[in-house]
Design a protein around this ligand. Structure first.
Ligand code: FE2
Ligand code: FE2
Length: 136
């Protein structure tokens, strides 16, 4: 099941939306690879790719938070750390066993749900603040 980016989840900030779209694209590739039963190596490769991309994206948001002196920076960063830990755990689990339906469901629920919730709440709030700090 693919996850779709839609204007509803736009943060209003171009670079953030672009990176979120790319994240969705990477996660979809990973889910596709797992669903069609690609080898463990391919799944690991996609996990590593995703890992790397998450770091780039979270770095960009952290820099923006510093730049705009964002008051909710700490709680936002905590969520990022939690997500990085979750992805690392899923990657480890996929390394140990063959990729099973259980893994796919786990990736779906942890990564996809987390990402959607995070973007729709805390990332949107950050985007709003960057656009107009007085209004948040
Ligand atoms: Fe974020
Ligand atoms: Fe984000």
């Amino acid at each position: 099941m693919a996850i779709e980016w839609s204007p509803k989840i736009s943060t209003g900030i171009d670079w953030q939306d672009r990176q979120h779209k790319e994240l969705f694209h990477r996660i979809n590739s990973l889910l596709d690879a797992m669903t069609v039963g690609l080898g463990k190596e391919e799944v690991q490769r996609l996990f590593s790719f995703l890992d790397e991309y998450i770091v780039i994206h979270f770095d960009a948001e952290e820099q923006a938070m510093h730049k705009y002196d964002y008051p909710d920076m700490l709680s936002h960063l905590e969520e990022h750390t939690h997500f990085i830990d979750d992805v690392a755990t899923l990657k480890e689990e996929a390394r140990e066993d063959s990729v099973t339906t259980t893994h796919i469901i786990k990736v779906q629920s942890r990564v996809v749900d987390w990402l959607m919730n995070h973007i729709c709440t805390v990332d949107k709030k950050l985007g709003k603040f960057i656009k107009d700090p007085q209004k948040v």
